[in-house]
Design a binder for this molecule. Sequence first.
Ligand code: HEM
Ligand code: HEM
Length: 231
Amino acid sequence: MPSDQRPQLIWDLPLRLWHWALVICLAGSWITAEAGFEWTQTHFYFGYTALALVLFRLTWGVFGTLHSRYASFVVSPMRVFRYLKNIGSNPTSAGHNPLGGWASALIVGLIGLQASLGLFISDDIFYAGPYNSVVSDHTADALAGWHHRIFTLIQIALVMHLAAVGWHTWGLKERLIQAMFHGKKNLHESAGNQEISEHRATIALVLMVLATLAVTALVYFAPAPVFDDFY
Ligand code: HEM
Ligand code: HEM
């Protein structure tokens, strides 16, 4: 590490655990969607968990530590434009860079939308999301179309996410991937002190429990399914 840089704790533990849990959920949702109808129920469980993780992230974006808060990294389009003009020569950002901030919010939004759409659709054979009976067959088919299309958008966003992370890690030597494990980034001393001093783990646990309860209630109190269409 150059002598004018020092490691600073940037990503709190809850955010890091959340990130890798989301990776597992998304991979699980994808694999179980492709694996055949026997896996549909498991697909639902991965989807519900993804929804709870998204709810958690939105609240953590308000109550989390400095670099996890949306107000600290969703910046004006002007700043994104300035960042893009100097792309390749910007100093390492403490948290997300201006473009990465918007990309992060976009990925979370797409996954939240994807999981919410799933609640209303069915595979037209055996399984239906818990709110499938509140929409007409026609609407459910249209929403299923969006469940497919939005997944394509998620895939595109993730390819770009991995390309950007790879470029910063190996091209610009910023060690971003390592930072999503241990939380620390090497920052130039001109960045000043950007370090967080706590993880707020108890608040995170409460928010995660509330998010899980909210999704559980959403599923548990869903209207009874209508089976007429299946016979
Ligand atoms: C299903 C796959 C993935 C999803 C859905 C995903 C999603 C996300 C999201 C939403 C963020 C922003 C965190 C925030 O909300 O503040 C993020 C950040 C990050 N992700 Fe991923 N990610 C995935 C896979 C990966 C993989 C495989 C790696 C490593 C090889 C990775 C490395 C990172 C890093 C380093 C950051 C922080 C970027 C920064 O410093 O601005 N991600 N990811
Ligand atoms: C982030 C979460 C989710 C992701 C990434 C995801 C992804 C997918 C994908 C890629 C497919 C299409 C498989 C194919 O056409 O080969 C699919 C189908 C399906 N998903 Fe999801 N899903 C998620 C959440 C949910 C949830 C929460 C539910 C319901 C509770 C759900 C219900 C369904 C159903 C019923 C199908 C079959 C639709 C059909 O046959 O047209 N999904 N999902």
